[in-house]
Design a protein around this ligand. Structure first.
Ligand SMILES: Cc1ncc(COP(=O)(O)O)c(C=O)c1O
Length: 407
């Protein structure tokens, strides 16, 4: 089955039993058993999709976990309370005194903060590596995990997953990947060699900006330690959240297609604006990561970053405040367009704001790209102190959507 069909027909086991197309929402803290034998079996097993106690999930959780495993082309999935909880569970399950974890530079800021405030003080060695690093030279006998986020948050560099996975596997080391940007629709982390894939379902998978959820996928073997960690630490997703995410999942493929077309159209338009110095988006053929993106992704998601030409703090503030269709907020992946000033982790220590590049991260939502470009044109004009212009915005949605996203 193609993924589009799978998204519609997966996770309907409990729905069929209830004579419904939508799975029932089952909430409980307490799981009860028909017999002592069934009880003993559940307590002893490592539970991925069977009842034990509310923390390991209900039939609603298991429906979502089975759906996600199927869509991600693997055996199992674990739902967690947020995307960050999924990341920290995977890292914590591989940490320990003397263990060495390689982490791609440019990971989501809180991933790095967790490494620095939790892992390093408890004697796990964390080493960051650049996208052009020779990973085989960095692997050690004590390396327990390679953690990659591709593309990097904010700066959007691409990491070469097959090369990293081949080198790690040669040394018996697992590779985990934060694949939130690509989603399983555009990025098949497991086929590229990733052992564990992490998705902040908060973003595109749910798609409606009304919940937080993480999903971890992989083989039963690759996820065993992470499942144990989640059980030990109480990392848990609420059934209500899983139910809403299942609802969002049904439309993931159509939404991703629209995010991609609009984001590419807006990114191309921004590239032609004199006030924009650079657009960081691997789907653009001018982007340094374009070749890798083409070889590993089948599409591009809604978030990308731009660097504005140097301007004063006042002008920068005018730009941000002038946007009306882009809400100012730090998330992405929902139906609505968002903007936020972006300060990548490695630039945070710079002494003065004047040294900091004027980076802005956008998420292109499901609005008309024509309207979004009009809004951006007006905000770019505000940098110069001008109040209103729509010069250069694409002529209508049809023209914008005609962009060939495969090129
Ligand atoms: C790449 C990436 N991974 C993980 C997360 C964390 O997800 P959550 O907000 O669900 O904790 C985010 C949030 O912005 C993210 O950008």
């Amino acid at each position: 089955m193609d993924t589009e069909t799978l998204l519609i027909h997966t996770a309907r086991q409990t729905a069929a039993a209830a004579h419904s197309v939508s799975p029932p929402l089952v909430r409980t803290s307490t799981t009860v058993f028909d017999s002592f034998d069934a009880y003993k079996q559940a307590q002893g097993a490592l539970v991925f999709d069977g009842p034990r106690y509310g923390r390991s999930g209900t039939s609603t959780t298991f429906e979502l976990q089975r759906a996600m495993a199927q869509i991600a082309n693997t055996e199992a999935s674990i739902a967690t309370s947020s995307g960050l909880a999924a990341i920290t569970a995977v890292l914590a399950a591989h940490a320990g005194p003397g263990n060495h974890i390689l982490v791609s530079a440019g990971v989501y800021g809180p991933t790095r903060v967790f490494c620095e405030t939790e892992l390093i003080p408890s004697d796990t060695e964390v080493e960051y590596f650049d996208h052009d690093a020779d990973i085989s030279a960095l692997l050690r006998d004590t390396t327990s995990l390679v953690f990659v986020e591709t593309p990097a948050s904010l700066t959007m560099e691409m990491w070469d997953m097959p090369t990293i996975c081949a080198a790690a596997h040669e040394r018996g080391v697992r590779v985990a990947c934060d694949a939130t940007w690509g989603t399983p629709i555009f990025f098949d982390a497991h086929t590229l060699g990733g052992d564990i894939s992490i998705h902040a379902a908060t973003k595109f998978i749910n798609g409606h900006s009304d919940l937080l959820l993480g999903l971890i996928t992989g083989t039963l073997d690759a996820l065993a330690g992470v499942r144990e960690y989640c059980d030990r630490s109480g990392t848990h997703a609420a059934p209500d959240t899983c139910w809403l995410t299942l609802r969002g999942l049904r439309t993931l493929a159509v939404r991703m297609e629209r995010h991609q077309r609009s984001a590419l159209a807006v990114a191309q338009w921004l590239q032609s604006q004199p006030a924009v110095q650079r657009v960081f988006y691997p789907a653009l053929d001018t982007d340094p990561g374009h070749k890798l993106w083409r070889s590993q992704f089948s599409g591009a998601a809604g978030p990308f970053t731009i660097e504005l030409a140097p301007c004063s703090e006042d002008a920068f503030t005018r730009f941000i405040d002038h946007l009306s269709l882009f809400s100012l907020g730090t998330s992405w992946g929902g139906f609505e367009s968002l903007v936020m000033p972006a300060v990548p982790h490695h630039l945070r220590a710079l002494a003065t704001p004047a040294d900091t590049p004027r980076l802005v991260r956008f998420h292109i939502g499901l609005e008309s790209p024509h309207d979004l470009c009009d809004d951006l044109a007006s905000a770019l004009a505000a940098i110069q102190g001008e109040e209103d212009t729509t010069a250069g915005a694409p002529q209508g949605e049809q023209a914008t959507l005609a962009v060939d996203t495969a090129s």
